[in-house]
Design a protein around this ligand. Structure first.
Ligand SMILES: NC(=O)c1ccc[n+]([C@@H]2O[C@H](COP(=O)([O-])OP(=O)(O)OC[C@H]3O[C@@H](n4cnc5c(N)ncnc54)[C@H](OP(=O)(O)O)[C@@H]3O)[C@@H](O)[C@H]2O)c1
Length: 286
């Protein structure tokens, strides 16, 4: 089960972009479990419908809408339809995004622009529309998902540049929109395994290769990102805005050349399943 109080988000309405798969799906699961109505939005209806089917077993609290966040008009329509149908929009989680592996020298301008367009401009479109259509007069909380780009992102420089820009955008908005009652923060995940994330990189074992550089000596779970997002959306984070919460077990701080961490299993994964009848996984010690 979620570590948060049952009913914490009762009566709230959230938009989670990319909420049909991986990290976004875990965020959707946890928000729904805590009583939130969640609209998930991305480009492919088949993925979204599958998630809606899985995440709404009893009551219909998850709804799917097709939207390419690169397209400003689609984002405008998405936000207006959410407000029209639900009467409000309390939370936005900008999770939809992606990238491909390439050195900068081999990157086409088209490929560069596509990643910037999704990961930076898409986040800008969603923040701006949520603000204009609802949050400027009602307040709200936004969480932007970025990545571990703090020491550069070789082979994903387009994504690193976009995420660093989102971090700076978030800081500016935290100041500009405070007077409207809007908080905006970042969750920067380290290496988080999901089948969809793995499938993007074909034969490259990104998750296996990243393990030695993670102090926990394991990759993270989508639920470990979700609980950070839920905290930042909650009243417990009422005095937090413009912050970046790294969910990477210290990977962004660790250099194996400077300090060797032996293999260990002392930071087990935090995972929980949506369906009540499934067994709970071991909990983290801390
Ligand atoms: N997994 C990791 O290790 C990791 C680490 C750091 C950051 N991240 C970031 O965390 C986010 C979630 O990743 P994930 O690991 O959960 O991978 P994922 O399952 O592939 O999730 C990406 C989601 O974004 C949606 N999306 C992509 N382009 C979009 C667009 N133009 N408009 C709307 N939605 C779009 C996808 O849905 P559609 O295909 O239906 O559009 C998909 O649901 C991504 O931004 C990712 O880059 C992941």
């Amino acid at each position: 089960m979620s570590v948060f109080r049952h009913g914490l988000f009762k009566g709230k309405v959230a938009l989670v972009t990319g909420g049909g798969t991986g990290i976004g799906k875990a965020i959707t699961e946890e928000l729904v479990t805590l009583g939130c109505k969640v609209v998930i939005a991305s480009r492919k209806m088949d993925r979204l419908s599958k998630a809606v089917e899985e995440l709404s077993p009893k009551e219909s609290k998850v709804e799917a809408k097709v939207c390419n966040i690169r397209q400003e008009n689609e984002v405008k329509n998405l936000i207006s339809s959410i407000i029209k149908e639900n009467g409000k929009l309390d939370f936005v989680v900008n999770n939809g995004g992606g990238q491909f592996l390439s050195s900068v020298s081999n990157m086409s301008t088209k490929g560069w622009n596509a990643v910037i367009d999704t990961n930076l401009n898409g986040t800008f479109h969603v923040c701006k529309e949520a603000y204009h259509q609802w949050m400027s007069s009602h307040g709200g909380a936004i969480v932007n998902i970025t990545a571990n780009m703090f020491r550069g992102m070789p082979m994903m420089a387009h994504s690193g540049a976009a995420r660093a820009a989102v971090e700076n955008l978030t800081k500016s908005l935290a100041v500009e929109w405070a007077q409207n009652g809007v908080r905006i923060n970042i969750v920067a995940p380290g290496s988080i395994y999901s089948s969809t994330a793995k499938s993007h990189y074909g034969d490259h074992d990104l998750f296996g290769n990243s393990r030695p550089g993670i102090p926990a000596k394991r990759v993270g779970t989508p639920q470990e990102v979700s609980s950070a997002v839920c905290f930042l959306l909650s009243p417990g984070a009422a005095f937090i805005s413009g912050a970046t919460l790294r969910v990477d077990a210290g990977a962004s701080l660790y250099s194996p050349q400077m300090y060797q961490i032996p293999e260990h299993k002392n930071l087990p994964a935090y995972e929980w399943k949506f369906k009540e009848d499934e067994e709970e996984k071991p909990k983290a010690k801390l």
